[in-house]
Design a binder for this molecule. Structure first.
Ligand code: DC
Length: 206
């Protein structure tokens, strides 16, 4: 069984995907991490994330980079969003994601274009969303825990800019795949969001 989970940043799709993978005994790939690694590699190379050539060169990042804690930062998220607009970068990362999806027994993948491009044949497609305010609040609370000093307003602006870039890019823009089940997590806590996703998958496969 292939489960495709898409949605904007801080919607809860990562948490939900991990929980679905554990619940259904499937391997999980956070595809955003691949774009984050490319963004981070461009930075380490001193390149320009908006330049298609620099970004493509960075797709050859070493596997060890995937364990770099910097990948989780807001800065790297922004770089990832910028390198992800280049079609050549998306093509370079395609095969890795596709073969993960095709492995025997199935998989859970989360990202922006899983249900539309990477695994349009997925058995279940979920689109996880939430209001900008709810997502910014979550991100802000996470940052408070990590003692990072950033205002709620800055986070809201950053999330809105990321959404705008991800939704309006020409190649593989963020959108719900046809037939995707939309789950709005704005008013749900972690446990309720996970329960809603598990129920949606159960219903889709029975
Ligand atoms: O899910 P995330 O915040 O880690 O993703 C970081 C960026 O990577 C996101 O802003 C857009 C890009 N991305 C993408 O274009 N396609 C994917 N399947 C996953 C992420």
């Amino acid at each position: 069984m292939i489960i495709a989970v898409d949605g904007p940043t801080a919607s809860g799709k990562g948490t939900i995907s991990k929980a679905l993978a554990a619940h259904f005994g499937l391997p999980h790939l956070d595809t955003g991490l691949l774009y984050r690694a490319v963004g981070r590699q461009v930075f380490l190379d001193g390149g320009d994330p908006d330049d298609a050539g620099d970004a493509l060169a960075a797709t050859g990042f070493p596997g060890s980079l995937l364990a770099d804690p910097h990948l989780r930062s807001e800065e790297t998220g922004g770089l990832a969003s910028r390198v992800s607009v280049h079609p050549s970068v998306r093509r370079a990362l395609f095969e890795r994601q596709r073969s993960f999806a095709e492995q025997r027994g199935g998989a859970v993948l989360d990202g922006r274009d899983i249900g539309t491009i990477i695994a349009p044949d997925a058995d279940v497609k979920l689109f996880i969303t939430a209001s900008v305010e709810a997502r910014a609040k979550r991100r802000w609370l996470e940052m408070q825990d990590r003692e990072l000093d950033i205002s709620l307003r800055e986070i809201e602006a950053d999330i809105a800019a990321r959404d705008d870039r991800d939704i309006n890019r020409a190649d593989a823009p963020l959108r719900a795949a046809p037939g995707a089940l939309v789950i709005d997590t704005s008013a749900l806590d972690r446990e309720a969001a996970i329960a809603a996703a598990i129920a949606a998958v159960e219903e889709a496969i029975h």
